[in-house]
Design a protein around this ligand. Structure first.
Ligand SMILES: NC(=O)c1ncn([C@@H]2O[C@H](COP(=O)(O)O)[C@@H](O)[C@H]2O)c1NC=O
Length: 549
């Protein structure tokens, strides 16, 4: 038996390939009858598997069952159908080579020039909650084999994996055949189709079937018992597959190209339904994601207002009135100047009262789990405002990744839940009273949505001053204090990481901050604690930081 042939001299050129025989085996039968009609009208012999053949025959069109070609019945509950040398030789024979042509002829096997196939709906099956052997049975084997075989042999075979490509095949029939360029493009789509399919299977398998210790980092444990548990198992490869949803007008800047890709079973911002407004931009998506990240960190009704991926206001509701309206008003008051042109996320249905509070403020995007009809109507009067409704099964991601040159960094998301102040250590001043404690918990929860170095001042469940993204902590403290103005006096503060020196804390204390929560852990903690004690301020250490870059 000879190995692969590489001698270019042996290849006879082939561009247009006339279609005389097609193999059709599709789970998604959209457009099947229309395509089969065109094939039949062009005199193409159609060979097909059980369900596809039945659909074609039911339309009164001629079709040959695969079993009649192989002389072998579809067997093992359909596990073995097209997996037969008579089929695969017809898919893989490279008719540019005289030797293949002769071999096929001597075996009495007719080649295929067209394969139409899409695979068992594995992702839809597991999304519907199917598990165990029933899910495994939906892993298509014969389909990917014939898709990959014909994609490899695109010099001779056109492989169609999507009903959206059927019209070009109908056109090709009229034009006398498929061109090499066409078959190359279709083969590229086909390999992407099987790669995405296998990625979905691999990810499900790692989580549901593989023994413990072999899990995929895209599915890390969501247990937050200890931070160490989050750092446990990582897999040898990291695969992400996402399909193009739409090309965006541009990226972060107008000279950058950009597109939105969506994960097949994703339930996030990328899947949100746009109810109103202009097309979402790249930056809108980034900010909407950051806004949801901040607002969804709270169980109680909360609103976050984001600019350039940073909160310029976060608040929970107060009083007996409309909760989301209250949360929005209080979040907005934190920094009205910065909230201009911001992105607002609410973690509850956006009410009319909240819409009335928002409508007069120039806002780019409002994202919420739903909108009261009257709120939608009111906000829809703003033509430039985009309204996004999150999927009903919206869920925050459990892992995140960043591209670096030559690779990817992957980590579990910061879901370390250390908001219960009873677990903190008092290192300076008096134990906080209940109201102060609640404010410290609010500040500590909010500060992890702020880019490091992050300082957040809060009062009564609302941020009053945010210092973000500075390259030293003193500047972040000064920024938070200057944004808070008079409101710094009597507020509480959270710092996403320890104070390396007392200087940053001293800025906060001088402005009247009366209680502070921070991780602790600096080699100069004693100096920092002394600064708090000196003015009688309360300070807690959480023991865990919340860097966010
Ligand atoms: N076992 C095989 O040899 C085989 N050959 C084709 N299939 C799949 O059978 C499906 C079509 O089945 P039907 O035509 O019976 O509805 C296609 O999704 C195709 O990918 C197979 N099924 C799974 O492995």
């Amino acid at each position: 038996m000879s190995g692969p042939t590489h001698d270019p001299a042996l290849y006879r050129p082939r561009d247009v390939v006339e279609i005389t025989r097609a193999l059709v085996s599709v789970s998604d039968k959209t457009g099947l009858v229309e395509l089969a009609s065109a094939l039949a009208a062009a005199g193409v012999e159609i060979v097909s598997t059980g369900g596809s053949a039945a659909a074609i025959a039911a339309a009164g069109l001629p079709v040959t069952e695969v079993g009649d070609v192989t002389g072998y019945p579809e067997s093992l509950d359909g596990r073995v159908r097209t997996l037969h040398p008579v089929i695969h030789s017809g898919l893989l024979a490279d008719l540019r080579l005289e030797s293949h042509e002769n071999e096929l002829a001597s075996q009495g096997i007719a080649p295929f020039q067209l394969v139409v196939s899409n695979l068992y709906p594995f992702v839809a099956t597991i999304a519907a909650g199917v598990t165990g052997d029933a899910a495994i049975e939906q892993i298509d084997i014969g389909g990917p084999a014939m898709v990959r075989a014909s994609a490899k042999n695109h010099a001779n075979v056109a492989i169609v994996t999507s009903p959206s490509s059927y019209p070009q095949i109908v056109d090709a029939l009229a034009a006398g055949g498929t061109t090499l360029d066409q078959r190359r493009a279709l083969a590229s789509e086909a390999f992407a189709h099987t790669a995405a399919y296998d990625a979905a299977v691999a990810s499900w398998f790692a989580e549901n079937v593989a023994p413990a210790g072999a899990s995929d980092p895209s599915n890390p444990s969501t247990s937050s018992e200890t931070a160490a548990a989050e750092h446990s198992e990582v897999a040898d490869t990291f695969t992400v597959t996402a399909d193009l949803k739409n090309v965006l007008r541009y990226g972060e800047n107008s000279h950058q190209t950009a597109a939105l890709y969506v994960k097949e079973n994703g339930t996030g911002i990328a899947q949100a339904e746009q109810l109103h407004g202009k097309e979402m931009s790249y930056n809108n998506f980034v900010d909407a994601d950051a806004a949801v990240r901040a607002a969804w960190d709270f169980d109680e009704p909360a609103v976050a207002i984001i600019k350039h991926a940073n909160p310029c206001g976060i608040a929970v509701a107060r009083g007996s009135g409309d909760a989301i309206a209250s949360a929005h008003k209080r979040a907005h008051e934190c920094d009205p100047l910065s909230a201009f042109g911001g992105v607002i996320a609410a973690n509850r249905t956006l009410t009319l009262a909240a819409a009335e509070s928002i409508v007069g403020i120039f806002t780019e995007v409002v994202v919420a789990p739903d909108f009261e009809p009257a709120a939608l109507e009111l906000l829809s009067t703003k033509k430039n405002l985009r309204l996004l409704k999150l999927p009903a099964d919206f869920a925050r991601e459990t892992i995140e990744f960043k591209q670096i040159s030559g690779g990817l960094l992957v980590q579990s998301v910061d879901n370390y839940d250390a908001f219960d102040s009873s677990a903190w250590t008092l290192v300076a001043g008096e134990e906080a009273d209940d109201a102060t404690r609640a404010d410290l918990e609010f500040a500590w929860r909010s500060v992890r949505s702020v880019k490091s170095n992050a300082i957040l001042l809060a009062n009564d469940g609302a941020s009053v001053g945010v210092g973000m993204g500075q390259v030293n902590r003193v500047d972040s403290c000064e920024l938070a204090v200057s944004r808070a103005g008079d409101r710094a006096d009597g507020s509480v503060a959270a710092s996403d990481a320890f104070f390396p020196f007392a200087d940053g804390l001293e800025v906060l204390l001088a402005a009247g901050v009366r209680a502070v929560v921070q991780p602790g852990g600096s080699i100069r903690d004693e100096d920092v604690i002394a600064a708090a004690k000196k003015v009688g301020a309360t300070m807690y250490f959480t023991g865990e930081r919340h860097f966010f870059h």
